[in-house]
Structure formats: structure tokens, C-alpha cells
Design a protein around this ligand. Sequence first.
Ligand code: MN
Length: 252
Amino acid sequence: MALEEYRAKRDFTRSPEPRGADRPRQAKRTRFFCVQKHLASRLHYDLRLEHNGVLLSWAVPKGPSLDPADKRLAVHVEDHPLEYGEFEGIIPEGYGAGVVMLWDRGTWEPEVDDVEAALVKGDLKVTLDGYKLKGSWVLVRTRGYGGRPAARDEGGSGESWLLIKHRDEWSGALDITTFAPLSVKSGGDFADILTAELPAFWTSHAGPERGDLAASLAGIVAKVEKLHGRPLTAPSAPEPRPAPRKTRTPSR
Ligand code: MN
């Protein structure tokens, strides 16, 4: 699928998200995959698999589970450009507004010969080799739709799939989203990403629409503060230096 839908939903003069190259990268044997933890209208995890020059994408509200008995809803959303797969930062406003954390990344291999046919069939078996997610998994389309308007707003078909771990050496009871909640790119949480990106965001994107952006960013900040239970301070506003203290003559 082309990236028109992705681009049409975003104003790239106002968003730091990658626009996406027009030409797909050269085909290669290993395929990129990532999971982006996305604090938007709701917290969810976006699973993205490189295929034919784009990232096939599913929004997984609860995130992946290593327990084969724990089937996780995965709402099919629009393809994303390959460059987006390394993105971690702030989506300032509008579509998907919030904070994106690169939660896992690595390579994947289809366990079938024909990925297109598997997608049409609604049964795609994959092997993941990430930092957190490994081994055999399956994406299975179910009947009906996700029932999450927010996820459906992200484009794509809105079809409900299930993300299921196959039983292997990498499956188990470990709650991976709780056990390993942080970024594989920066090592940070949402608050760290937000404060780290804040200065760049303001200098490069605070144009004539400053009022709108400020209001939107305030909402994002409030959401992150609520999630982490701690106030944020922008690194662009350095702490005032303490006034030099007068040296006291030690009393003898
Ligand atoms: Mn998302």
C-alpha cells in the first residue's frame, strides 16, 4: 500500500514525524520490525513489520504478551514509512498527538513463503528477533472490528487481529511490558523523551501556530505527568545558578 493515506493525515510542516521517502529502500534479506509504545489518546503499542518498502502496522492496546494463552487484540492500522520505525519523540498535535517511545526493535522473518497471501488469508506467522520480543508469533485476523474508535482513527482497515505468542523457548509468564517498560533507543520513559525533545521541538516547530502547539503540548505534558506521577521541567529552562556564597572565615 502506498503512503498517501499516511501523508494525507499529517501536516509535515508542523509535525516532526518523518515524511517518508518516495522510493522504497532496496530489498534486503533481513526485515526490520519495531514496537512503538505510543501515549496518544490512549496508551497502546504499535507493532510494525517491514514489508515491500513500508511498515505493516497493528495497534495493540495492551501490548504484546509472552504467554501463548494471552491473545492480544491487534487493530490493523495504516502502513507507515520505514523511517518512522526509528522514530522516538513527540507528535505535537492532531493525528496521534502524544509521545512515541521506541519500545523494541530488531528483525523479523515470515514463517511462510508468501506474505501477501498470508495477509489476505489473515494468518501471518512470523519470527521476531528483537531485544524484548523473540521467537515465533502469529497475527490472526478475527471477525469484526476493534471497537476502539481511537485505534480506527489511526487509519488502515480497523480490522481486528490477534497477536499470539507461540510456545517456544521465548514464551513464558513474564509480563514483558511491565518488566521492560523503557525505550530501547534512549533507555528513557515517556517523561525522559518528552523533556529531551522539548527544546528541539520549540525551536523548529514553534511558528505562527504557537498558541495551538502550546495548548496541545500542555495536554501532552499533563498526560505524561499523570502517567509517571512526577512533574516535568523543560531542560531548555536551566536552573538559575545559585549566587556565589561568601566565603566564611572559619572561626578558630
Ligand atoms: Mn499509535
